[in-house]
Write a protein that binds this ligand. Structure first.
Ligand code: ADP
Length: 896
């Protein structure tokens, strides 16, 4: 190990080209050039004791930087392993190569004395050239005072640069040196421990750290790194131990950092490599297995297509991440594996859903919207006005959180078509979601994917179908949702319609939030009453009453007939349905609040016409051919029995001629006979009420059903029995109770009403009463038949017929008070449809008459009743039966 050495005044110099030997470092060199062989031979090989030589760095000019000014001036040499001739410049030595191009070299001013640890001599064959391999150990720095390049090799007059022991001891006291030493030691230790972890070679160096003086160790450490020549030279030039330590600390630290960075990078690369390699390997195996099993690679193509579709779906970033995770899972699965298909269907839904795709909303033109509503729908002035208001608000504030419109009315009054008109006025797509009969919450919210056969809810499904995120969505028949053990769909709908919550609607199947806030919801219902109040609260109810006969006629003439003709490929040139016939269809074939059946009947007429037209078309074309055949030329040919060559006429001409002929012959004007032939015998007539109430015990009521208002007959009869009340006609509890109340009231007033002889106060003595509500197949309930029931009973007991032109509605209390009921408008419209002329209403329902169209009111006599007596007063010809005071006891007895 490098202990302090005595340096001679002059040393043989071995130049090191662009390389530095630092004290404490070892180097193995091969000497082949003439000068170096000579030097080794004379200075090392032939000496008995171990000789010293000086190692001096020399540099090519290209390696120089302007910083280097440590060149010995005025020295010239002709040595160095590869140098042949060296010329002296003021500061540079010029090396001339064989082609006479001078090459400048620089001698460094400081070098390191070295001793040979090992020498071996070799003789090259066949040239006989001698070479040496020398292992040198750097010992200590020296300064070149004078360089002599004459002679077989260079020599130099030198002076030592290392400190004496005393000087060193003094420096070691220096606190700056102490701090620097500590710093160096710490950094060196750190490096050693890093190296230890990596290569398990730190043990030996650790020992050095403990035993060697640190300023020497600095050289040894630095010598073991790969460094630039500049750094090596500056280390060589650091004669002051403090400078050397701080430089070494810096270099060791840098080396440490670079090891760490390199380690990090390798770790990362290794990690990635091993993961991707593993995946690659597994994929290869999978492919091999698939090939073995005969599975083709279609699935992979499909998955790639699916991935592309997902990429272009415009999902929000968090959902995209979720989808990618699912896709990665899918990729690892085999198509036969359970869950593969469901995962794939799920991803396809994610890719298909319109996350961002929206129909571009046109600038809303209110005038155009109004025109459109008017051209699509007849009448409905108030409803259209409200829709225009709604659209106007949207125009001024597109993100306005207006209420959800809910059209309430009987079937066929145009609720759906109004909603679709809103969509076209806004330039949005339209999607209808039927909620009728939905009892399961999962129908709205979807089933969780853990269930077999799970699927998204109807809303998400609808959005997938429509393909845009801002459609007008019609929630049809929102009143028909029910709740049972499978949850409450209405509560899920609450979330949908709540503008605060529907930004992140959570479908169980989708399992990621979907923004419904851009959807415009419109709902329809037949009745507002069954809609749960919280849901109703979020909607603005717009009622669409049924149409009057006059309105229906207008709708049919202006809208339905043109549409029906168009749908059947006809025009008014082929089929004409006169107004009078439409009226007949309305009166005799349809008795509904809306126009759906009317449209159906008109369509039946159009179908019949279409058949006739199609038949005639055939007949006409055949007859034309016959005409052509009748030409003399063809006649002749046919006569000869020759084969005829058909001539093909240009189609345009032919068609034109045919349709001309056809037009004239096929115009069909519907008449009464044709109506009966196509639609069958009339289903309704105004005589119905008169026929039914011809016998006492029958009264005409007005009720409300999901199909709008209806006329409801009530039949009562008495028979021998034990005083029981029989009720039939699929009645609900409320209506059964009404019947009880009605009977009690009549029995309680038997004397007042003069329904029985004074001695016979018990009307039920020896008889049963049976009350029936036809049509027996239709379930009925509600309190509004109260007055009708009493009227029927009074009619029965008094044996006096009720007026056939009078219908009534109203709930009755036990004490005979007439209470108001709902649906007055629809009920009056129904009475009007049935040709009823007088309507008895509870007094407190008078206010509802404002909603009834004036044309209907003008054709009806509205009679109000406060008490049951008032009803009876109006219901019978000539007022209440008791006024006429004819006790029918005899009849009652004979009737039994
Ligand atoms: P709902 O949804 O109320 O059951 P629809 O909207 O399906 O009824 O209407 C049934 C048919 O009647 C549709 O063809 C519709 O265009 C037509 N219709 C209803 N009301 C009108 C009206 N006021 N003007 C023109 N057509 C109407």
């Amino acid at each position: 190990m490098a202990e302090s050495v005595e340096l001679p005044g002059r040393l043989a110099i071995l130049p090191f080209r662009n390389q530095v030997l630092l004290p404490g470092a070892f180097i193995r060199i091969r000497c082949t050039s003439h000068t170096s062989v000579k030097l080794v031979e004379q200075e090392l090989w032939q000496r008995e004791e171990k000789g010293l030589i000086g190692i001096l760095p020399v540099r090519d000019a290209a390696e120089m930087t302007s910083m280097d000014s440590v060149l010995s001036q005025g020295v010239a040499s002709e040595c160095g392993e590869r140098s042949s001739k060296v010329q002296i410049n003021t500061s540079d030595a010029l090396k001339v190569d064989g082609k006479n191009h001078p090459e400048v070299i620089h001698w460094h001013k400081r070098g390191v004395a070295a001793r040979a640890l090992h020498l071996s001599r070799g003789v090259e064959k066949p040239s006989g050239r001698v070479t040496y391999i020398v292992v040198l150990e750097g010992l200590c720095r020296f300064n070149v005072d004078e360089l002599n390049t004459r002679g077989p090799y260079c020599t130099a007059k030198i002076s030592p640069l290392e400190m004496t022991k005393a000087e060193m001891e003094q420096v070691e006291q220096d606190p700056e040196f102490v701090t620097l030493s500590r710093q160096f030691k710490a950094t060196a230790m750190e490096l050693i421990s890093v190296l230890e972890q990596k290569q398990k070679t730190g043990g030996r160096i650790k020992v050095l750290l403990e035993t060697l003086p640190l300023h020497k160790l600095a050289d040894i450490f630095v010598a073991s790194f790969e460094m630039s020549l500049e750094e090596q030279l500056s280390m060589l030039d650091s004669v002051d131990p403090k400078v050397r330590l701080s430089k070494a600390t810096e270099l060791v630290d840098r080396h440490l950092q670079s090891i760490r960075v390199a380690e990090k990078i390798t770790q990362k690369v290794e990690g990635q490599l091993s993961k991707s390699q593993k995946e690659f390997l597994l994929r290869q195996q999978m492919r091999a297995i698939k090939e073995e099993l005969g599975d083709n690679d279609d699935d992979e193509d499909d998955l790639a297509a699916l991935e592309r579709k997902m990429q272009s779906a415009g999902m929000p970033s968090n959902i995209w991440k979720h989808a990618q995770r699912e896709l990665r899972r899918l990729k690892k699965m085999q198509p036969q594996q359970p869950g593969y298909n469901s995962s794939r269907v799920y991803l396809e839904l994610l890719a298909d859903l319109p996350w961002q795709k929206a129909s571009e909303e046109q600038e809303l033109d209110l005038k155009a919207a109004k025109d459109r509503l008017d051209s699509d729908h007849y009448g409905l002035v108030k409803v259209k006005q409200r829709i225009i208001e709604y659209l106007a608000v949207r125009k001024l504030k597109p993100d306005a959180r207006g209420p959800v419109l809910c059209f309430v009315g009987p079937p066929g009054v145009g609720k759906t078509s109004l909603a679709s008109s809103i969509a076209s006025a806004l330039g949005r797509k339209f999607v209808r979601i039927s909620l009728g009969g939905v009892k399961d919450e999962a129908d709205i919210r979807g089933h969780r994917r853990t269930y077999i056969g799970s699927m998204p809810g109807r809303l998400i499904d609808g959005l997938k179908r429509v393909g845009v995120c801002n459609p007008v969505m019609l929630l049809d028949e929102i009143d028909k949702t029910g709740s049972d053990v499978r949850g409450d769909p209405a509560s899920a709908l609450l979330e949908v319609l709540d503008l605060e919550q529907n930004k992140s609607f959570n479908d169980h199947y989708l399992n990621v939030p979907y923004d419904l806030s851009k959807v415009i919801f419109v709902a329809t219902a037949n009745r507002a009453q069954p809609i749960p109040p919280p849901l109703l609260d979020r909607m603005e109810v717009i009622e669409l009453p049924g149409y009057t006969a006059e309105e229906k006629l207008r709708i049919a003439m202006q809208h339905l007939i043109p549409r029906v003709l168009d749908q059947h490929g006809l025009s008014s040139e082929y089929l004409q349905i006169p107004e009078a016939m439409v009226k007949l269809v309305i009166e005799r074939y349809t008795r509904e609040a809306g126009v759906r059946n009317l449209e159906r009947n008109l369509a039946a007429l159009a179908r019949a016409a279409a058949v006739r037209v199609a038949e005639q078309e055939q007949a006409v074309s055949i007859s034309k051919d016959v005409q052509k055949l009748a030409s003399p030329l063809l006649d002749n040919r046919l006569a000869e029995g020759a084969e005829m060559e058909m001539e093909v006429l240009p189609i345009g001409v032919n068609n034109h001629e045919i349709s001309n002929t056809f037009k004239i012959s096929s115009l069909l004007v519907v008449d009464e006979a044709m109506l009966e032939k196509i639609l069958g015998p009339p289903r309704f007539d105004d005589q119905e009420a008169a026929d039914r109430v011809a016998t006492p015990g029958v009264s005409v009521g007005l009720v409300w059903t999901t199909f709008g208002g209806e006329v409801q007959f009530v039949e009562a009869t008495a028979m021998v029995g034990t005083g029981e009340l029989h009720l039939t006609g699929q009645l609900g509890d409320v209506i059964k109770e009404s019947a009880q109340i009605a009977l009690t009231w009549v029995r309680a007033r038997v004397a007042d009403l003069k329904l029985a002889a004074a001695e016979e106060t018990n009307l039920l003595q020896g008889r049963d009463i049976h009350i029936h509500f036809p049509a027996g197949a239709v379930p009925k309930d509600g309190p509004s038949a109260g007055v009708t029931l009493v009227t029927a009973l009074v009619s029965l007991f008094s044996q006096k017929s009720v007026r056939a032109d009078t219908a009534m509605t109203g709930e009755m209390t036990l004490r005979g008070l007439v209470l108001p009921v709902g649906g007055i408008k629809d009920k009056i419209l129904a009475a009007h449809r049935h040709g009823i002329k007088r309507v008895i209403l509870p007094e407190r329902n008078l206010k509802d008459l404002v909603e009834v169209p004036a044309s209907v009111l003008s054709s009806l006599e509205v009679l109000v009743a406060k008490r049951m007596e008032d009803v009876l007063e109006h219901a019978f010809d000539g007022g209440s039966p008791w006024r006429q005071h004819k006790i029918r006891t005899k009849f009652l007895k004979s009737n039994i």
